[in-house]
Write a protein that binds this ligand. Sequence first.
Ligand SMILES: [Fe+2]
Length: 277
Amino acid sequence: MELIKSTLKIGLEKPLKILHVTDSHIGLADERDNERKHALANRFASPEREKYFYEHLAYARDYCDLMVHTGDLIDFTSQANFDFARRVLADEKVFFTAGNHEFSRYVGEAYEDRAYKMNSFREMMPGLGAPLFFNSRTLGGVNFVGIDDSYHQFEPWQITRLKKEIEKGLPVVLCLHAPLFEQSLYDYHIERDGQGSSSYLVGCDEDHLPDDEWRAIEIRPRGITSEAVDFIKSQPRIKAVLAGHVHFSFVSELAPGMTQFVTGVGYGGVAREITIE
Ligand SMILES: [Fe+2]
């Protein structure tokens, strides 16, 4: 595995170590899954992906207080993937927030909106054993809050609940799948993937949306999303945002005293150890 080491200074009395892992994209199918699932499993899965995931989990168990997984744990919905997710999310050491692939039935088959997501959610009944849309856990004086922003949008109820978490008065580490728009991250994203390519950040204004109409419709902020991003950036108790989704690593400031750690692909072995002190 490839371990990146980072530090977050927020004035904790006793340091806390977390392992940030994202985008493991496990692709399993078994006799309960149909042929198309098996085709996906054959196309995208490799034993390497599971091997890296278990290496990450073993490292977190041995050396860290918490493993934060920010989604795309599985690559597509299948009974075999659900079983895998239920097994690993039952581990007390793992704090999870969902990515778009947790709800992806055939990878790129459809426009992914709330209805599509909720049908996938129903398919995984009784769930994966961990909250998928909003989650929080206090550990060592830090409040870890997970919000599913994997379709590049926030919903009003998620922000209402985030406000309640902030009111608890502890420093907050916000765990998201898709990173929030920030200019240097956007510039790096475009430079890396070539001009005209898409960025996959939440809260892009019209000047930063992809040229591709399909992508622009997915990413264009709707409802309260832009307001929610501004709200998050205005909260001094939110000390860090952890995210993945873009499949590369990048660290920048979202606001004074608020760092966004974007971590590269778990399926390629990448994980980030963050010492919070
Ligand atoms: Fe993703």
